[in-house]
Each structure stands twice: as C-alpha cells, then as structure tokens.
Design a protein around this ligand. Structure first.
Ligand code: G3P
Ligand code: CA
Length: 336
C-alpha cells in the first residue's frame, strides 16, 4: 500500500470498490470499506436505504434477511411476505444485528454466494450508517493524505416513497453536510431509477445549491423485474429504452455517465456494443459492474480475471470498473 499504488494514473479507469472490498469481507461493513481503502480503491461504494428513525443505512437490499441474523433476533418483525424490512427497524435495533452472508442454498446446504468472504458467522460485523462511513473515509483521507472518493447509490426510491419517505433528499442532505457539493468533490451519485435521477437533476440539486455528477445504472429489464417481484412487487423498471440513441441522449441530459452490467458493453465479436459506442459519442462516462475475481464468477469467455478486465480496460476503454476485488484491478492497472 503506497501513494503510487493508490493514485490512479491519468490513463487508467477508476477502481470502484463494489460494496467495499466485498470479495474478502462481509459487504458494506466498515471493515470491508477500510480494506477497500487500503487496497487502493479510487472510490468506495455505498448502497443506501432508510431506517425507521430516518438514518441512512449502508445496505444493498431494502430488507435485512440476506446478510444479517435478524430472523433469530427479531422473529416477530417480519412482514406478511416473510421479509424483515430495514425501514421497520430503529438504528439501536439495527446495531444489534450481526452482518454476514449473503448465502445461497445448494443441495440443501447454505454456502456463501460470492466466493470465500471471511469470516462469515465467526465475527461481530455490524451495519453502519452513511455518516459513519463518511467519517471513516474522510478520516482516512485526512490521516493518510489521499483523496479516496465515494459512490453512493439510492436504493428503491419508489419503495421509500410508498413508506412516506424521500430517500434522495435524505442522501443529498448528508452529502451536503459532509462537503460533497461540487463536480470535483470526488463523488458520483448513482441509481437504477431514471425518473428519480431526473428529479434530482431538475429539482433537488438546484434547490440545494449542489452540482454533483449523476450515474444512470442500467440492468436488464427482466432481471430488475425479478428483483422487484421478490421484494413485493411495487414497480417495474424498464431499461430497454436506454439502449437506443434517443434514450442515451435523454440520459446525457441529466447524468454524467452510465453504469451498465458489463456484458452490455461488448457484442458477439468482442468489440464495443452499440450502447458503448453511442455513450461515447455523447461524452457519457462508462462505469460497468461488477468484476469479480472468483473463478466461478468470471464469464466462460475469458481465461482468467486479467483477460476479463483486460478487454474492458484496453479494448473497450471504460472509465471505471465496479469490483469486489479492488486489489486485483489495481494490480492489473499498475502493470500496464
Ligand atoms: O451500483 C453498481 C452495482 O452495484 C449495481 O448493482 O445490485 O450490486 O447494486 P448492485
Ligand atoms: Ca450498487
């Protein structure tokens, strides 16, 4: 870990630690964020949801089941669909939970979903608030003299709206409080929700005297429908229009970049897809997700992780990569 290792050279894409160094430690814990920092991430990601008492909690899902022991600690707090929603818990309750997982069931046995994150149930990792994480990153920046950025994601604004909350306003208030207000503040604000990003661009940012870059995340329409259905079916996202020149032009009107699922950037011949070509023409930054170095997570088309990210870095020339293994991407970039 050194200044030269940490600093992103001019021609390198930015390394975005996806949920922290989540290939090694339970996702979104402060431990995973500290490790991401030490492994040389340029930006560290925070997925955000709200608690009952209006704290922003750094969590991927709107419910707690997949990554905590909530079912054993608060068995009576599940909703009718069987899920334990973060928004039904106060911060003191959330702090009682142990963070681990996520797991998947294979042949009746629970195994870690992503490789070998350490140490699963054998430690006392906690959920963290957005403020706690910003204190950590800004504190490390101050101590070590680096300027590691943040990459918050507003999770499911429509769900929060149905619960009577404005999560986007809450996120912007915290960003403002911590000084992330200008284009050069080392922050990108991302969401899958195009309508919400437009509201942020048109109403919230000007009203709060802020100007920070927004990133439109792009998934497959079916994929997001499935996830929304699992979560209780409130609304379907449609991503198909984003793959058209008109759609991307619309995105360029409110966002500085796109965050597509990585296969969307490459066509069958291994060259740039129409999505990437059009985004480039419009000057949109391109930050694909998620690059995982676990052998089982590397697509079959690639020999190894270096070949996998090599295509995106050298041929496709993306501007950034979301990765669970920031050290592996940093190591690749340092040898270019
Ligand atoms: O935000 C980029 C990437 O994290 C998108 O996927 O589901 O991991 O938030 P997800
Ligand atoms: Ca995310």
């Amino acid at each position: 870990f050194s200044q030269s290792l940490h600093a992103s050279e001019q021609n390198n894409p930015i390394v975005i630690a996806h949920r922290g160094a989540s290939g090694y430690l339970p996702e979104h814990t402060l431990e995973a964020k500290t490790l991401a920092y030490a492994l040389g991430a340029d930006y560290i990601e925070q997925d955000l949801v709200l608690s009952k008492d209006n704290h922003l909690i750094v969590m991927h899902d709107i419910y707690l089941d997949h990554v905590t022991d909530v079912a054993s600690k608060f068995p009576d707090k599940a909703r009718a669909d069987g899920h334990f929603y973060t928004i039904d818990f106060t911060l003191p309750e959330l702090k009682q939970l142990r963070v681990t997982g996520p797991f998947v069931k294979v042949l009746g046995k629970e195994i870690p979903k992503y490789g070998k994150r350490f140490p699963l149930w054998r430690s006392q990792f906690q959920l963290a608030t957005f403020e706690e994480e910003l204190e950590l990153i800004q504190g490390l920046n101050q101590s070590l003299g680096y300027n590691t950025g943040i990459y918050p994601e507003i999770k499911k604004p429509y769900f929060h709206a149905q619960e009577g909350r404005d999560i986007s306003r809450a996120v912007l208030q915290v960003l403002k409080q911590y000084g992330y207000t200008k284009p050069d503040s080392k922050v990108y604000l991302q969401s899958f929700d195009a309508e919400e990003l437009q509201r942020i661009h048109q109403e919230l940012l000007p009203a709060m005297n802020m100007d920070i870059p927004l990133v439109q995340l792009i998934a497959e329409t079916d994929w997001e429908e499935k996830r929304v259905k699992q979560a209780g079916q409130w609304q379907n996202y449609d991503f198909d229009w984003m793959h058209t020149p008109e759609g991307l032009k619309k995105i360029a009107g409110y966002a500085a970049g796109i965050g597509p699922w990585h296969p969307m950037l490459v066509n069958d011949e291994g060259t740039a897809s129409a999505l990437l070509t059009e985004a480039r023409k419009l000057g949109l930054q391109v930050h694909p997700y998620t690059f995982r170095a676990d052998p089982l997570q590397i697509p079959d088309a690639y020999r190894d992780f270096e070949e996998f990210i090599g295509l995106y870095v050298e041929q496709l020339q993306v501007d950034g990569l979301f990765t669970d293994h920031p050290d592996k991407v940093r190591s690749y970039l340092s040898q270019r």
